[in-house]
Write a protein that binds this ligand. Sequence first.
Ligand code: GRG
Length: 257
Amino acid sequence: MRYSLLSPGKRLRPILCLLSAEALGCAPATAMANAAAVEMIHCYSLIHDDLPAMDDDDLRRGRPTCHIQFDEATAILAGDALQALAFETILQDTVDPAVAAKSCLVLTRAAGAEGMVAGQVDDLLAEKTGGDAKMLHAIHARKTGAMIRASVVLGGIAAKANAEQIELLSNYGDCIGIAFQIVDDLLDVEGTAENTGKRTGKDQDRGKLTFPGIYGIQASKDRAEQFVEQAIAVVDTFGPAGKPLKQLARYITDRSH
Ligand code: GRG
């Protein structure tokens, strides 16, 4: 669990969670339990995604994947235990029980059978059956988008956001979630194992449904930029406190790993 969780990832999701609380005028530490929990769920999903039964990868975050470093059984169990630890962390370290309950509900929905797991199921299915632009959006909105939106919303919940603020944060999360996935697909085509810390060029080999595959490289870049601009416009409403969220949106398309 420590090997994978503490390995050098970007920590995008926990940072989003902390900055969202900050955008609503709270100290980022208010959202620390939720931030840690989203990274634990994300990390479990990476460990399981790398298994031979799924994407069968040997490199993650610049290191051997969990099942290569240890073995498959250990990797499955480390992922399982990280998932449980995420909810334990929220329930243990959140002062207000209502905030803890809301946070757990948002996180289970994003991670579960209507969210990330559903996206992963359809992603694996599409490798065999193919698919169109509609399917591509449906897969990514759940496989990657649901957890990114939840990260932002969980920052809002920790900051006791009202319904309108949660709606704005959700919209921001949806926009950067799509932009993030487009860039991830582009990095698989244009990046290298050195800069991304994972194997590249695998999507095409596996027949995956991707943005560059459906729209082409330049149109995918243009779309990612449009979603980032949309995200920035949404958080304009938070005034100066929302500036870090704007900077993070910019980073989504500027990143090289
Ligand atoms: C196993 C239920 C289950 C789901 C797996 C997250 C996921 C779903 C699969 C990972 C494969 C993948 C390439 C997903 C698309 C984008 C993504 C989530 C990339 C990894 O996230 P980063 O770039 O990783 O934020 P780091 O290592 O920086 O945290």
